[in-house]
Design a protein. Sequence first.
Length: 325
Amino acid sequence: MTTHDPLHDPILSGDRRALARAITLVESTRPDHRERAAALLDGLRDTGREALRIGLSGTPGVGKSTFVEAFGLMLTGQGKRVAVLAVDPSSARTGGSILGDKSRMEHLSRDANAFIRPSPAASHLGGVARRSREAVALCEAAGFDIVLIETVGVGQSETMVAQISDLFVLLLAPAGGDELQGVKRGIMEIADLILVNKADGDLKATATRTVADYAGALRLLRKRPNDPEGFPRAMAVSALESSGLADAWEQMQTLATWRRDNGHWATCRAEQAAHWFREEVRAGLLARLDTPEVRADMTRLARDVAEGRRAARAAARDLLDDLGN
């Protein structure tokens, strides 16, 4: 008889405290915690539960937290269970993180059908914490219908969020041509939906023009094979007034349904699983370098390279050869 982790059954019953403890477990770097987390995730693998995973990114000050709260409250008002995994900026020097999303989403954090979990991004590419994918799997096992993965900001490295989401939403502010030029082509290419926020008050007309600008830019990009007609698309919303959110949600559902019906959903998830397998192998190999002996060798060889006694390529080859023996 298989013995499950003590967190297994509470997670399946939707216990938010157990879910929070499980996410803390998967984020831990302690070897015993990593082993327990792997066993827990394996035990939850065949639950048959599947959430819609929505990646959300946007420039600082665009109102991501306001949008997530308004959007999340709209969804919970429809009877949906919503999990928010908010990856906060971390200090490169101290590793500290603001982790202020719960205070910025005061109403949603008190909603019985919502779960908010801030996680420090640390040094991981794209602001996506290394264990974010495992946290998503835990939220699915806990029965959440929608998982929102809110990332740090906009940049070329933000394309990593596409590897843990079914849909990618880019949130932008009303802006002019210069700001449009500042949005990297790479992130535009992976965006399924561009939402121009703050389409209210004096900015409403500007937001309408901005939507037209981004719609034109999207038409210049090559159409992707996993998109139906009309996608990707740009829309105006106001998180402050909760306007346009229902339309945006309808478009997300339309795209998700089309991808399911046309086989792209399963293919994408399989490719993501293979990607994260490769990432786990890379991470495991890098972990093998983090020993006192290897660090000492690296320091010695780095000094030789810096002082011109060894070529960088030769020194690296020697270190790797020693690891293989």
